[in-house]
Design a protein around this ligand. Structure first.
Ligand SMILES: Nc1ncnc2c1ncn2[C@@H]1O[C@H](COP(=O)(O)OP(=O)(O)OP(=O)(O)O)[C@@H](O)[C@H]1O
Ligand SMILES: [Mg+2]
Length: 401
């Protein structure tokens, strides 16, 4: 068996979820991988590109998202992880600084560009296939622009891989008539690697909101209803000297931990996403937050249910407070505030679009938000609302420094 065949044989039999295996050789111009959360879409997209980079030669794969800054922590890191976990690292040269990956057997390359970086996008020539991650972030003009870039004679077939959740039945991804396309819907049930905690989170959605459950657990096109906040206004830059800085912290481990900085100026709030990451232990998190050089007089408002973790933060010298517990009052207050975001706050901007009140099967809407993709939203509410009350619960208050 030749070296390429050997590599591919191992890769296929060991690593790719069965539902996706036939798509390794699917040649449609538009390959839609859509469906529920955690179904393995992104992992498969990276696997397919690695597979093609070995089997075919001299590719220039473009990894695209709406915002350039988000590519490193999603597509780029995922490709790297898949290359390492499949034992293929000796066949690739990875340059972290430029986010470049090159298959040294075949000369195929992976490049990255955000649609917010038109200059870089224009400067990349000879693209042979594209992977658009979280494709619902793109508008139709973004897509058309990419589509135009994929032309000319190439060694192998040209394909645009689109990975996304079906969040809006009226989205162009659903309504546009794609010629030469193939669409595969998957759910967590198609992913043999998904963990049981995450399955429970998805199954819990059934009790909370049927539309949400349809989209994220069943992978069906839906429309998010009862959205709580209007999207935060996006600014290019924030005031240079804020009146005050506060922080909101929602603890997670399997779920992401969200640590958000909020600058306050003339009663307006300006958000900055500092941490949004799963798998951080409390000491990882403390070390990470220490690296931001936060003043020990700046207030950090935390999830009130995590007293042990809060204690450790106090011991580490942070000025932490438990947040006010009233979710309803907090949300109502946030709705009255002027809150601004920027394009770098990828997870904040994403969560706000799908942060909804619960609705039961009979159409009754509740005052509570759905507990899913709500980590940055919680952190923001903890900080802004609790700070406005300026009456944190006394048990956990200790000003340090
Ligand atoms: N082939 C695989 N090998 C190993 N782990 C996998 C594989 N496919 C999926 N997983 C695991 O399942 C998790 C979810 O997969 P992935 O992120 O691809 O889902 P997704 O469909 O893109 O989810 P979302 O809709 O939330 O973006 C991954 O983080 C990984 O841990
Ligand atoms: Mg994904």
């Amino acid at each position: 068996m030749g070296i390429k065949k050997k590599i591919l044989f191992k890769f296929l039999t060991d690593d790719v979820n069965p539902v996706f295996q036939p798509l390794l050789v699917n040649r449609s111009r538009y390959l839609h991988l859509f469906g529920g959360a955690g179904s393995g879409k992104s992992v498969f997209a990276s696997q397919k590109l690695i597979y093609r980079s070995i089997r075919e030669s001299r590719h220039k794969f473009l990894l695209v998202r709406k915002v350039a800054r988000t590519i490193r922590h999603s597509q780029f890191n995922l490709l790297k992880a898949m290359i390492y976990s499949s034992g293929l690292s000796r066949y690739f040269k990875i340059t972290d600084s430029d986010m470049l990956i090159r298959n040294i057997l075949t000369g195929s390359e992976f490049l990255t560009a955000g649609l917010d970086d038109r200059e870089k996008l224009k400067s990349i020539f000879g693209i042979t296939s594209i992977w658009v991650e979280e494709a619902t972030e793109l508008d139709i003009n973004d897509f058309n622009q990419l589509d135009l870039r994929l032309r000319g004679i190439t060694n192998s077939y040209k394909q645009i891989l689109l990975t996304y959740n079906p969040i809006n039945v009226y989205h162009w991804l659903n309504t546009k008539n794609f010629q030469d396309s193939f669409k595969l819907k998957t759910t967590y049930k198609d992913n043999k690697y998904i963990d049981t905690d995450y399955i429970n989170v998805l199954n819990n959605l059934k009790e909370q909101d049927s539309e949400y459950y349809n989209i994220y657990a069943l992978g069906e096109w839906g429309t998010l209803k009862n959205i709580i906040y209007k999207p935060f206004v996006i600014l290019e830059s924030y005031p240079e000297v804020p009146d005050e800085i506060i922080y909101g912290l929602d603890f997670g481990f399997n779920n992401p931990t969200a640590f958000i900085e909020i600058q306050i100026k003339d009663k307006c709030y300006y958000l900055k996403e500092f941490v949004y990451k799963s798998g951080l232990t409390n000491s990882d998190l403390i070390n990470k937050i220490k690296s931001f050089n936060i003043k020990n007089t700046d207030c950090i408002y935390c999830d009130s249910s995590e007293s042990n973790r809060i204690e450790e933060f106090k011991k580490a010298g942070f000025n932490v407070f438990t947040s006010n517990k009233s979710v309803k009052d907090g949300i109502d207050f946030i709705k009255t505030c002027k809150i601004y975001s920027n394009t770098e706050n990828v997870n904040i901007n994403k969560e706000v679009l799908s942060y909804c009140y619960k609705q039961d099967k009979d159409g009754n809407i509740f005052d509570e938000p759905i507990k899913f993709n709500d980590h940055a939203m919680d952190a923001i509410r903890y900080a802004i609302y609790s700070h406005s009350k300026n009456k944190p619960t006394t048990t956990n208050i200790r000003l340090i420094g």
